[in-house]
Design a protein around this ligand. Structure first.
Ligand code: SAM
Length: 230
């Protein structure tokens, strides 16, 4: 049995408290422990992969992008710098406040970057591209599928997602506690079967265009770019 409201409340509380401190450090450039450093490097690879895809298309200044679950703005800020119009939101007020502060420091002009504190399933509007990186890991598959459906309804052309894939190796690593070490430091981490995620994207009118996988010692993220098939 899953309870979306409970799961969201737990995730929101976590990212407004201990999770905020932990992830702000990981997504920064200050001193961190070895595991956090590994996760920082892995996460940056995921961000770089997505930015690389979008830059290769050579049309960023024409794009409206929704960054759902934007965290501290690791993706939104460089995309705004590259000229895209970004709507970035997160369920955690603390993460959004931090993202705004970073944007003010890093961007000469923040005019193309809008932030909001919002649950991604409450988002409305239409965007050329909707991106949701490393958020689905916080929810059981059934809830993640509901989120994919909603995000898909906001995407005119493309949906880019990343998630921890459910593979035998990762399941074993998780069982022996190496996947996200230190249970008190994190919320539960849910892996999802790639074929289930792809089937949901297909059902919602998308086909897979590009894929990538980021794997470090402690960070695993499957990245899918899905484009409208009709
Ligand atoms: N996407 C960002 C990145 O890759 O840098 C942040 C990833 S961080 C692991 C997960 C983020 O998802 C947190 O900032 C958390 O507050 C946010 N989040 C979790 N559930 C959410 C929801 N239902 N709606 C919006 N944001 C959510």
């Amino acid at each position: 049995m899953t309870n979306t409201l409970d799961d969201k409340a737990i995730v929101k509380d976590y990212f407004n408290a201990t999770g905020f401190d932990r992830w702000r450090r990981i997504y920064g450039d200050g001193e961190v422990n070895k595991v956090q450093k590994d996760i920082r490097i892995g996460h940056q690879q995921t961000i770089d992969t997505v930015i690389g895809w979008l830059e290769n298309d050579d049309n960023l200044p024409n794009l409206s992008i929704c960054d759902a679950g934007c965290g501290v703005g690791s993706l939104s800020i460089p995309l705004a710098k590259a000229g895209a119009t970004i709507f970035a939101s997160d369920i955690s007020e603390k993460m959004v406040t931090e993202a705004k502060e970073r944007a003010a420091k890093e961007l000469a002009d923040t005019g193309k970057l809008t932030f909001a504190v919002q649950d991604l399933e409450a988002l409305t509007g239409q965007y050329h591209t909707v991106i949701c990186l490393d958020v689905l890991i916080h929810y059981p598959t059934e809830e993640a599928l509901g989120m994919i459906k909603h995000l898909g309804s906001l995407a005119q052309s493309r949906l880019i997602l990343s998630f921890a894939p459910k593979t035998c190796l990762l399941t074993i690593l998780k069982k022996i506690g190496q996947f996200f070490p230190g249970p008190s430091k994190t919320t539960r981490a849910y892996q999802h079967k790639e074929k289930t995620i792809i089937a949901a994207l297909n059902e919602n009118g998308f086909k897979i265009e590009r894929t990538s996988m980021t794997s470090t010692r402690f960070y695993f993220s499957r990245i899918l770019e899905a484009v409208r098939s009709e």
